[in-house]
Design a protein around this ligand. Structure first.
Ligand code: ATP
Ligand code: MG
Length: 432
């Protein structure tokens, strides 16, 4: 294949219709081209349009440098250090406009560390160079909506027809440059129902450990892209099968290995399938809930151990939550605003057994009630012994306020005096 030569085909021949293109993206491309720059739609949106999927977003690639883009669009903001990108804003929404980049080894601004990983990647290039630095052939198709043309330098159209995911260039080197590409391969395979080709597939398992060197914050983002893609359950199974999970969620894999009756596996399956369903219905999903599920078994385990050491139930759970989150953030950094909610979902579980009016009301009015109740129902469905509580709370929400009061007892059983843990002032750090 001549790397400079593109196959150019008419997009209409592939069934792309102009009304499928985001009008804002069209407007940006028009303005860039009229100013004398090259500008195309690129990446996931072209791929998805050709596969008859609805694109998630419309990314634009251009020969204009970020500063030049900024001059053309007053609402443009430049972001990023590793990848300098232009965001053209429309209120709270924005479209991403990226300048063509060259493969890092050919330019001056690129940097690779001792393991071959890209650390800086700000080398501007030509359209052809930009195509060859992308990850998979099906992600390197350029669509010019003004001239109704698709440009393919890397054989992406042929791979799309075969429904296969194929790395551009030397697979080993490309995984070394950016190990997250392994996660991306699995994500696209799950989402697009495409096979992963040859070495692109066979090198994932032997190279999985490279994920240990990737920044935990980036892995958190990528994890969400996989598990909140609408194909979360399939993606999770691929992560497990190719052993990437060991490096992303080692506590979860440990739980799965010590899951004799398959209850935890069932919880994960129900939760991820439920998430996929919610996304298909356009409903919201939240990262704290996902992590509450993924780490639940370990929290229970550590909590039981702490109780054996003499801690009261609630304190044991808090200690367990802190420890589990402390271990997990080494792999995928969970922002504190999320992990605090995860903690709440866990700690509210213990309160669902109450039937005393005051406590029931307080729990029902808790800001995290809905998430905690959904979590309780999943646990019940997975076979944990909480079905009675789940049913009671389901009925409670269905009936009118008078009946609610009638379901509850007026007074609590005499409260036992609080038992103290072995370390009287054991302070709880807020890790996670
Ligand atoms: P999605 O539907 O999830 O948005 P996408 O292919 O558009 O899929 P993005 O993460 O939005 O994925 O990236 C846009 C494009 O940027 C990709 O299609 C690919 O061409 C390129 N790209 C993204 N991440 C990488 C990477 N790690 N290495 C090389 N190219 C990448
Ligand atoms: Mg995209």
């Amino acid at each position: 294949m001549n790397p400079e030569k593109a196959i150019t085909i008419s997009a209409a021949a592939h069934g792309i219709r102009s009304e499928q293109i985001c009008p804002r993206a069209l407007g940006i491309i028009k303005k860039l081209q009229h100013a004398g720059f090259e500008a195309y739609l690129v990446g996931g949106c072209v791929r998805d349009l050709l596969l008859d999927h609805t694109p998630k977003d419309f990314d634009i690639a251009t020969s204009a440098h970020p500063e030049q883009v900024r001059k053309l669009f007053p609402s443009c903001r430049l972001i990023g250090r590793r990848f300098r990108l232009a965001h053209v804003h429309f209120g709270r929404d924005y479209l991403e406009v990226a300048t063509f980049r060259a493969p890092h080894q050919d330019g001056k601004g690129g940097q690779v560390n001792a393991q071959g990983r890209i650390t800086h990647d700000n080398v501007y290039g030509t359209l052809v160079e930009d195509a060859w630095r992308r990850d998979f052939t099906i992600n390197a198709l350029y669509y010019d909506p003004l001239h109704d043309e698709i440009k393919d330098f890397v054989g992406g159209l042929a791979d799309l027809a075969k429904r296969q995911i194929c790395m551009i260039g030397d697979v080993e080197q490309r995984y070394r440059e950016d190990p997250v590409r392994m996660m991306r391969a699995l994500r696209f395979s799950a989402k697009l129902d495409c096979a992963i080709d040859g070495e692109t597939e066979s090198l994932i398992l032997p190279m999985a450990a490279l994920l240990n060197d990737v920044a935990p914050a980036r892995l958190f983002d990528e994890m969400l892209k996989l598990l909140h893609s609408g194909y979360g359950w399939q993606s999770f199974q691929y992560l497990d099968e190719y052993q990437l999970l060991d490096h992303l969620l080692p506590l979860t894999t440990d739980s799965l290995e010590q899951d004799p009756d398959g209850r935890f596996q069932r919880l994960l399956e129900l939760a991820l399938q439920n998430t996929d369903r919610r996304l298909a219905q356009g409903k919201s999903v939240m990262p704290p809930f996902l992590y509450a599920v993924l780490l639940w078994d370990k929290v229970q385990h550590y909590s039981a151990e702490a109780q054996q050491d003499g801690y009261p139930e609630m304190q044991a759970l808090q200690l367990a939550a802190t420890e589990v989150l402390r271990q997990q953030v080494k792999h995928t950094a969970i922002p504190r605003r999320f992990s605090n909610i995860t903690r709440d979902i866990w700690s509210l579980q213990k309160r669902f057994s109450t039937r005393e009016l005051k406590r029931v009301t307080a729990l029902f009015e808790n800001i995290r009630f809905r998430a905690a109740y959904d979590f309780l129902c999943l646990r019940a469905e997975a076979g944990e012994p909480v079905a009675e509580d789940a049913e009671w709370w389901t009925t409670f929400q269905d009936v009118d306020p008078e009946q609610r009061a009638a379901m509850c007892s007026k007074t609590s059983k005499r409260r036992r005096r609080k038992k103290r843990g072995p370390h009287k002032n054991s302070s709880q750090s807020n890790v996670g």
